[in-house]
Design a protein. Structure first.
Length: 214
C-alpha cells in the first residue's frame, strides 16, 4: 500500500493529516482571536490542539506561517459569504450593497474571535498588516468586477474604478475595525446604513468624476 492509502483506525493517512491541520488552525484561531498573536506560540497551539510539535511542523514552517494560514482561512470564508450574498441578491446596486454589507457584518460579529482579529491583531503584527493590504486588494477586485457587471462601461475607466474600489474597501475596513474595537459608538444598523449609503453615493458620483478626469 502507498503512504496515502495506509489507514489507522479506519482513517486514511491524508485524512488524518487534514484533521491535524484543521485542529491546528482552530487552535491558532482561538489564541489569535482571544489572547492575541503573541500568545499563539508553537507550544501553546500544539497544547490546545492536543498534538505534538512534530505535527505542527508537518503543516507549518513556523508560528508566522500558522498565523497567516488562520487569517487566510477566515478571509476565504468571509469572502465566500459576501460573494454568495451578492449572488443571491436582486440585480440592483442598492440590493447588492445591502446584502454584501449585511453578510460582512454577520460574518465578523457571529464569532467574537474574528472581531478581535480585525480590530486588534491586524494592526499589531507587521506580517498581518502586510496581509491586510493583500486581502484589501483581493476584495477590491471583487468590488470592481461586481460594479462593472452591473453598470457596464458607462462609468469610470478600469483604472479609476479600481482606485475607487480600493479607496472604499480600505476605508470601510478601517471603519469597521474601529467599530469592532468600540472606537465608533454607533449601532450596527447605523454602520450598515452608512456603508450602503456611501457605496450608493460613490456610484452616483461616477459620472461627474469621469467628466472631471477626462
Amino acid at each position: 500500500m502507498t503512504r496515502t492509502q495506509r489507514t489507522y483506525r479506519g482513517i486514511p493517512a491524508e485524512e488524518r493529516r487534514a484533521l491535524r491541520r484543521a485542529a491546528l488552525l482552530e487552535a491558532g484561531l482561538e489564541l489569535l482571536g482571544t489572547t492575541g498573536w503573541q500568545s499563539a506560540t508553537v507550544r501553546a497551539v500544539c497544547t490546545l490542539a492536543g498534538l505534538n510539535d512534530r505535527y505542527f511542523y508537518e503543516n507549518f514552517t513556523d508560528r508566522d506561517a500558522l498565523l497567516l494560514a488562520v487569517v487566510d482561512d477566515q478571509a476565504a470564508q468571509g469572502t465566500s459569504a459576501i460573494l454568495d450574498a451578492a449572488a443571491h441578491a436582486p440585480r440592483e446596486i442598492a440590493e447588492i450593497a445591502r446584502a454584501s454589507t449585511s453578510a460582512t457584518l454577520d460574518f465578523l460579529t457571529e464569532d467574537p474571535r474574528r472581531a478581535h482579529i480585525l480590530g486588534h491583531e491586524f494592526p499589531a503584527h507587521p506580517l498581518l498588516q502586510q496581509r491586510r493590504g493583500e486581502i484589501i486588494r483581493t476584495l477590491s477586485g471583487f468590488f470592481t468586477a461586481q460594479t462593472r457587471d452591473l453598470v457596464g462601461d458607462a462609468t469610470l475607466s478600469d483604472t479609476d474604478l479600481s482606485l475607487t474600489a480600493f479607496t472604499l474597501t480600505a476605508g470601510l475596513w478601517d471603519l469597521t475595525a474601529a467599530w469592532l474595537r468600540g472606537d465608533v459608538p454607533i449601532s450596527r444598523d447605523h454602520l450598515a446604513d452608512y456603508t450602503v449609503a456611501l457605496l450608493l453615493t460613490t456610484a452616483d458620483l461616477a459620472a461627474p468624476l469621469h467628466r472631471r478626469l477626462t
